[in-house]
Design a binder for this molecule. Structure first.
Ligand SMILES: [Fe+2]
Ligand SMILES: [Fe+2]
Length: 177
């Protein structure tokens, strides 16, 4: 027997809220890492981390809007604990892992939306997967530079500007995608 419309709606709300709790965690994690990078005076790296946190906030909002359209309640739970006090090396390895996990989870969630006949929610996941992939590529490239060049690479970033050029910008909207 097929699922009722109500069951299908609840299944979609569930994955939208799972994704939202991952986004809320990422926002807090990246803000913390942005402050750490700022304290270490890696301005450019801190600025990009801040812009990526803003992308995640936009994602959390997109998900909340869709949950509300479906008559659900947007979650305010964080998916996990925030890791603090990481070195620059640890920050980029960790962040790349988070993005890789998000791409994998969102592909699964997209399938749930398809199975439950919600093409609007599928499009939200499609867009987020593309953007998390951009974030992954950036974190992975920094990670690689640090692995290959270590202190030499980080020394080039010391004292660079942390300016993000205004509050409306984010990593994707800055033209990195
Ligand atoms: Fe995101
Ligand atoms: Fe991301």
């Amino acid at each position: 027997m097929g699922k009722s419309r109500e069951e299908r709606r609840q299944n979609v709300i569930e994955v939208l809220n799972k994704a939202r709790s991952m986004e809320l965690q990422a926002i807090h994690q990246y803000m913390n890492q942005h402050y750490s990078l700022d304290d270490m005076d890696y301005g450019e790296l801190a600025a990009n981390m801040k812009l990526i946190a803003i992308d995640e906030m936009r994602h959390a909002e997109m998900l909340a809007e869709r949950v509300k359209e479906l008559g659900g309640e947007p979650t305010s739970e964080l998916a996990g604990k925030i890791v603090k006090g990481q070195s620059a090396e640890e920050i980029f390895e960790h962040a790349a892992g988070e993005e890789d996990d998000a791409v994998d989870a969102y592909n699964q969630f997209l399938l749930v939306c398809r199975e439950n006949g919600d093409s609007t929610s599928m499009k939200i996941f499609e867009q987020m997967i593309d953007e998390e992939q951009e974030h992954f590529n950036y974190f992975d490239s920094i990670n690689e530079h640090i692995s290959n060049l270590g202190k030499t690479f980080l020394a080039q970033k010391a004292g660079t500007s942390a300016d993000t050029g205004g509050v409306s910008k984010s990593f994707i909207n800055k033209g990195n995608a």
